[in-house]
Design a protein around this ligand. Structure first.
Ligand SMILES: [Fe+2]
Ligand SMILES: [Fe+2]
Length: 261
């Protein structure tokens, strides 16, 4: 959408909607996906928006991983329903502005198991169920609910985990504004490689950063620059151009990209 609005890129609706539409039509006989989505929207609009975002990110990510068409659609469905269990958490907690108390957080942490139970009676792929159950597990065993490690975690749940965190961090919260994609990439570079599947995380980060090439952005010293070269070793710190000057952010620890323009 950004490319269309800002750079007048041709809008290819067919390609954009191809996978998304086939998910809905493929399952029309078995599960009323539109009904479930409508219920989610009525319950909490921000969970609904987040679910759609994670579905789209999973769709793009699966494409970057060069998965076959059916697996791209499956990854999209996994993203769409990963937080379905939140509909069974009291609304007062789900919609609470600001930070949660320890007790409230413990309640929210039940949503993976609740979502899994909810999907158990539905005729959906086992990976969709596993993604709902396991998307908060982390490769180093630091996640929940079962502290699973590495390969014990369903591969689709590993994909959803990355898309989920990326969307949650780039979204605005009432206690902070949206984080710039480069801050999120920096977080993934610092602590991500223990917690997430590297064979998914690396292509994800590389492609996100590559899609920012030639983008204008704002540095923390107020300068407006253009991203012109990606440092493979330090994806969050590309080379940028300011007028005639080239600034390699990998060599400038005090400088960072604050937001994309
Ligand atoms: Fe979740
Ligand atoms: Fe989520």
């Amino acid at each position: 959408m950004n490319l269309v609005v800002q750079k007048n890129t041709a809008l290819d609706v067919k390609t954009l909607l191809k996978n998304t539409l086939s998910i809905v039509s493929n399952h029309s006989g078995s599960i009323s996906i539109l009904d479930m989505l409508q219920n989610m929207r009525e319950y909490d609009d921000s969970t609904y928006t987040h679910s759609l975002n994670v579905a789209l990110i999973c769709n793009i990510l699966a494409g970057w991983l060069k998965l076959p068409k059916e697996d791209v659609e499956l990854a999209t469905a996994c993203g769409l329903f990963h937080d379905i269990g939140k509909m069974l958490i009291p609304y007062s907690i789900i919609a609470k502005p600001g930070r949660l108390s320890e007790e409230e957080f413990a309640t929210v942490k039940k949503h993976p198991a609740l979502g899994y139970e909810l999907l158990q009676s539905q005729d959906v792929d086992v990976h969709v169920k596993n993604a709902a159950l396991m998307h908060h597990e982390r490769s180093d065993g630091s996640g929940y609910p079962a502290k699973l490690k590495g390969n014990q975690i369903d591969p689709y749940a590993r994909m959803v985990a990355i898309a989920d965190v990326y969307d949650a961090m780039t979204a605005a919260r009432c206690y902070r504004g949206p984080l710039c994609p480069f801050c999120v990439i920096e977080m993934f570079e610092t602590e991500g490689f223990q917690k997430y599947d590297v064979s998914i995380l690396l292509p994800f980060l590389e492609n996100v950063v590559n899609s920012c090439l030639q983008n204008r952005c704002l540095l923390n010293d107020g300068r407006k620059v253009t991203i012109i070269y990606i440092n493979k070793e330090k994806l969050s710190r590309p080379v940028v151009q300011y007028g005639e000057e080239y600034i390699n952010l990998a060599d400038q620890p005090d400088l960072k990209i604050e937001k994309l323009l």
